[in-house]
Ligand binder design. Structure first.
Ligand code: SF4
Length: 349
């Protein structure tokens, strides 16, 4: 793209953004590297309207890297509740400890990439939003806008398409304030150049858009179809004794890492009764009595859905197998419980 075109696109975007841009909590000053990183990690897999409701409370509680580094991981995971994908919270906390020790978040891309939870996208987001460098953070919105402007049909997930989008947007970001232009491009993708039904008639950069000129802008920047979500059957046990409910921490890696879970079975098919007995034995439960009470539970992740039921079991108050513990009401409020298992507590406790 000619420099003059990049300059014109940047000017039109800034003019449009000045009256149509969204007022989002993480864009308000002070836009520190810390607040940028928190918002970017929150936004990675959670919708903007959900993040908008949780961001301020999180940064009020932990206003900077030092405050977050001093918190316990359990506290941070609890503050993250409702946002899902808890690995991000764990990575943010680990990064805060590194940054608090060294004094500040690095500006260099290679150094950012060495920090936990910071991949190529987050590194670019920090560089463009926090340090105002022309390093486009290629989220789905920016990729779609760029590929439509170029008339590029390749799957946006492919390296070739990303390289092309990066080249075009770098030129645009060099032609104005990179942080504001990145915001403008994101809003353009979210409000005007949407995946279905782009509104080319009101688009500020329509003049330079090959996708619009082709007459079928939706054909560009379209992701290849993904596989279907996997459905799994779950039976979660609400095991009660006089000491509380039986839970244990999950491993520190993988789905719902570090959060707490009740005894449960997860499989493509409904588990049999023998498997439930074996599960209880593994957890060190003695004197188990199935009360016959059951209620439905379900939870949908990006790649899988859990559908099944909770069963209420009564047991003797004897120590379970480590690391499982009986948690009373007070202890349950102190640990991080994923929303996927909230149904276990839905009958009151
Ligand atoms: S003209 Fe249409 S296709 Fe091109 S960037 Fe604008 S909204 Fe998207």
């Amino acid at each position: 793209m000619a420099t003059a075109d990049a300059q014109s696109i940047a000017e039109e975007l800034m003019e449009w953004f000045s009256h149509e841009g969204r007022d989002l909590p993480w864009r308000r000053p002070p836009r520190t590297p810390y607040r940028v990183l928190v918002s970017e990690l929150m936004l990675q897999q959670t919708r903007a309207d959900v993040v908008a409701r949780r961001f301020e409370a999180f940064v009020d509680r932990y206003p900077d890297f030092a405050a977050l580094a001093q918190a316990t991981l359990d506290d941070v995971l609890r503050a993250w509740e409702g946002l899902g994908y808890y690995r991000r919270a764990q990575a943010l906390w680990r990064t805060a400890r590194v940054v608090a020790a060294r004094g500040e978040l690095p500006v260099e891309r290679e150094e950012l990439l060495r920090l936990p939870g910071i991949g190529p996208y987050s590194a670019s987001a920090v560089r463009s939003f926090a340090f105002s460098l022309p390093d486009p953070a290629l989220d789905a919105n920016l990729r779609r806008v760029a590929l439509r402007v170029m008339g590029e049909r390749a799957d946006p997930a492919r390296a070739q398409a990303q390289k092309a989008a990066h080249g075009l947007l770098s030129e645009v970001l060099k032609a104005g304030p990179p942080a504001d232009l990145s915001d403008a491009l994101m809003d353009l993708g979210a409000l005007v150049c949407t995946s279905r039904g782009p509104r080319c008639e009101i688009c500020p950069i329509a003049r330079w858009c090959a996708g619009r000129e082709s007459g079928e802008p939706e054909a560009f920047g379209r992701p290849a179809a993904k596989g279907a979500r996997r459905e799994l059957r779950i039976v979660a046990l609400r095991v009660e004794s006089e000491l509380g409910l039986l839970w244990r921490p999950r491993p520190s890696k993988g789905l719902l890492a570090g959060l707490w879970e009740p005894p449960h079975l997860l499989a493509p098919e409904q588990p049999g009764e023998g498997e439930i007995d074996r599960l209880l034995a593994t957890w060190g439960v003695r004197g188990a009595r199935d009360t016959g009470e059951r209620w439905p539970m379900s939870h949908v992740f990006t790649h899988q859905a859990w559908i099944g039921e909770v069963r209420r079991i009564e047991a003797e108050s004897l120590p379970p197998s480590a690391p499982a513990r009986w948690l009373n009401r007070h202890a349950l409020a102190e640990v991080a419980l994923p929303s996927a298992f909230r149904a276990v507590l839905s009958k009151g406790w």
